[in-house]
Design a protein around this ligand. Structure first.
Ligand code: ADP
Length: 175
């Protein structure tokens, strides 16, 4: 399996798909969502408006669009949970986001996908708790999907990258 953790801007990543941490309207927002829409151009919003008319994307689910002006061929939009203290099934819902994304990766025969750190920005999910969930789901996808060649997690800041690197070490060498 080829898992890469990098620091950078996900809108610059050339992959079969990049993942957007969207909101359930799919009509754009701040953070990585805003950056992806700015870089993809207005055609992305047009396609998202059509998905909005069909109900948008409920929390924990995912929807796929084209990538338009992005170097990535597709965008897979998923809606992470808003952190409400940890007793509202936030961890299970976050895991479901990753599963929903990989179901679309499988259905569309994609071989490479790049993720941001879903829910850990505006939605307030503690990144130290999100990182092991993300990495466990990515490892499970590698085990399940022979087509999958490369998964990149793109962290926006170097402290975030360090959290993911530490979580990966702890997953590979459990006490
Ligand atoms: P959410 O609403 O799911 O919390 P955010 O977009 O607020 O989504 O934040 C998710 C993560 O994406 C945060 O760690 C944020 O720093 C990061 N982020 C913001 N812009 C980019 C970008 N261009 N590339 C990669 N990550 C980004």
């Amino acid at each position: 399996m080829k898992l890469e953790l990098i620091q950078g801007d996900i809108t610059k990543v050339a992959a079969d798909a990049i993942v957007n941490a969207a909101n359930s309207s799919l009509l754009g927002g701040g953070g990585v969502d805003g950056a992806i829409h700015r870089a993809a151009g207005p055609e992305l919003l047009d396609e998202c408006r059509r998905l909005y008319a069909q109900g948008g994307c409920p929390t924990g689910q995912a929807r796929i669009t084209k990538g338009y002006r992005l170097p990535a061929r597709h965008v897979i939009h998923t809606v992470g949970p808003v952190w409400r203290g940890g007793n509202q099934s936030e961890e299970a819902t976050l895991a479901r986001c990753y599963k929903s994304v990989f179901a679309l990766v499988e259905a569309n025969g994609l071989r490479s996908v790049a993720f941001p750190s879903i829910s850990t920005g505006i939605y307030g999910f503690p990144i130290t708790r999100a990182a092991p969930i993300a990495l466990r789901e990515i490892q499970a996808a590698f085990a399940r999907l022979p087509q999958l060649e490369k998964v990149t997690v793109v962290l926006f800041s170097s402290p975030d990258l360090e959290v993911y690197q530490r979580a990966l070490t702890q997953l590979s060498t459990p006490e």
